[in-house]
Design a protein around this ligand. Structure first.
Ligand SMILES: C[S@@+](CC[C@H](N)C(=O)[O-])C[C@H]1O[C@@H](n2cnc3c(N)ncnc32)[C@H](O)[C@@H]1O
Length: 283
């Protein structure tokens, strides 16, 4: 089965579990999924104020690995696009931050997730939101139309990360910001260890190594690139899953230490929209 079909099936089922009122406590790692399990990747990402401001169902459907809306500096009147918006949690939070003069788009390819997100929008009563069906490798928005791109644990799922970053660059306005949470690998890790850890995290297509991420962003045209770890995972987090895969967890522990993380990845599209106070701008 193609990567995209695996991803659609997996997140289609996750959306239906959320509709049934069951939590999804993991970004994708099969061993640690379940409403009763505390998951080190997806748990406790949002503060009480954020939780109180969105429908409980939207919070229950959260499958991210960070909190990009808390880290991105969203301003009133801006247009935000969330790549792989899932149940819509970050779109709802962004829409509140940019206010009625701004707009928040969510983009997702999975029908069940789009239905869940639209229902969560309806319950929230927030109007300045639009959920679009499509792929993050082919963003259905015009060039230079978005101020900020956010995303939460989705780019690692794409089999064509160069296309995602090219498209993100294309739709951003000059001076626009790329501000996403993603799983990132830091440094060299033996292929088998990497594969098993990423399977635990749920990165079906594989996460990028930090330097590779930086290079790909630069190749797409971005500047001011920064990768800031927000959570680092060790073998204890993944012990149960890895043991189930027949892996000697203690033996691989040193190769895992400090290498797998959720990170806040930031970059900017060069150029700046002219402020109206600049000469020639308003004439
Ligand atoms: C890990 S979930 C994260 C959802 C959401 N960002 C959150 O924080 O709860 C991944 C989501 O990305 C969507 N997705 C994955 N790959 C995609 C792609 N190539 N194009 C569009 N959507 C994609 C899935 O359908 C799913 O809803």
């Amino acid at each position: 089965m193609a990567i995209k079909d695996v991803v659609k099936e997996k997140y289609g089922q996750a959306a239906l579990r959320a509709v049934d009122g069951q939590g999804n406590s993991c970004c994708g790692g099969s061993a640690s999924c379940g409403p009763e399990t505390w998951d080190p990747i997806t748990s406790n990402l949002y503060d009480e104020q954020q939780k109180a401001g969105v429908p409980a169902e939207a919070m229950l459907a959260s499958l991210g690995c960070g909190n990009p809306t808390a880290l991105a500096e969203l301003k009133a009147g801006e247009t935000v696009l969330d790549l792989g918006s899932g149940g819509g949690i970050d779109v709802l939070l962004s829409a509140k931050r940019v206010g009625p003069t701004g707009k928040a788009y969510g983009l997702d390819m999975t029908d069940e997730m789009l239905a869940l997100a639209r229902e969560n929008q309806r319950k929230s009563g927030v109007g300045n939101i639009e959920f679009l069906k499509g792929e993050i490798e082919h963003i259905p928005l015009p060039d230079n139309s978005v101020d900020v791109i956010i995303s939460n644990c989705v780019i690692n799922l794409s089999g064509d990360k160069d296309a995602v970053l090219r498209e993100a660059y294309r739709v951003l306005k000059p001076g626009g910001r790329f501000a996403v949470s993603d799983v990132v690998v830091r440094g060299e890790v033996p292929a088998e260890v990497r594969q098993n850890m990423l399977l635990w995290v749920g990165c079906i297509a594989g996460a990028l190594e930090e330097q590779e991420y930086r290079s790909k962003l630069a190749a797409a045209g971005f500047e001011l690139i920064d990768v800031e770890p927000t959570r680092t995972y060790d073998v204890e987090d993944a012990r149960q899953f890895l043991t189930g895969q027949g892996i000697d967890v203690d033996a691989i522990a040193p190769q895992v230490e400090g290498k797998f993380m959720s990170a806040f990845v930031r970059a900017g599209k060069p150029g700046r929209a002219k402020e109206c106070c600049e000469p020639g701008c308003c004439s």
